[in-house]
Write a protein that binds this ligand. Sequence first.
Ligand code: PEP
Length: 253
Amino acid sequence: MRQPLVMGNWKMNGRRSTVETLLKGVIAEISGLSGVEIAVCPPYPYLGLVIERLAANEAVACGAQDVSAYADGAYTGDVSAGMARDVGCRFAIIGHSERRTLFGESDTVVAQKFARALAADLTPVLCVGETAAERDAGRTQEVVLRQLSAVFRECGSGAFERAVVAYEPVWAIGTGRAASPDEAQSVHRYIRDVIAQQSAQAAGRLRILYGGSVKAQNARELFGQDDIDGGLIGGASLVAADFVGICRAACIG
Ligand code: PEP
């Protein structure tokens, strides 16, 4: 039985005051919630603040939105996986489509970041997913396979033993148009099958999150699918009540 995981990706949003308010709201609303693991991923400058506030609250973990492909050293502007771990992060989002598209991260760079996260004892959350054009061309499986294969090449057949995968169709991110539960389930199943070819044990334990316009209203049906083990939430994670509503749906789903 895989425990559901719901992660909030705050992206490049917030200031100290709004971060404090959002966090207070999440902590207040989740009291009494069980059966779901919850994490939030604030922007780097607020990691310390969030981790300090969460210290007394085992119920919510913290994650980084990205880590460097390099270890510590002369890489101005980057933040290493070791640093993220050192300040108290448990997770790191790796290869979010915004990183791939807007910052030109190749599959190889994403795989290197994944390896750095694992080496630093962070749980990498590998984002995979196709664009609208790729889906329309019937290339969804080919794209997802290419993204997963780069990680296997870098980290070997046990790559996903201590990891999470997030299926995030690019056309669903921030658009208000979520994948249907059937559409998502069929890609999640495919992801699990690909990983099972390398390690049946890792595939059985792997949590595969769905991301892309998840709201409290559609979360329960999505999370109710056999191979959907929670969600990676963007926009709706910026409103405490909405985010906790999604966490609640994961407990029931
Ligand atoms: C995301 O940014 O990972 C995401 C899923 O965004 P949204 O929930 O806003 O679609």
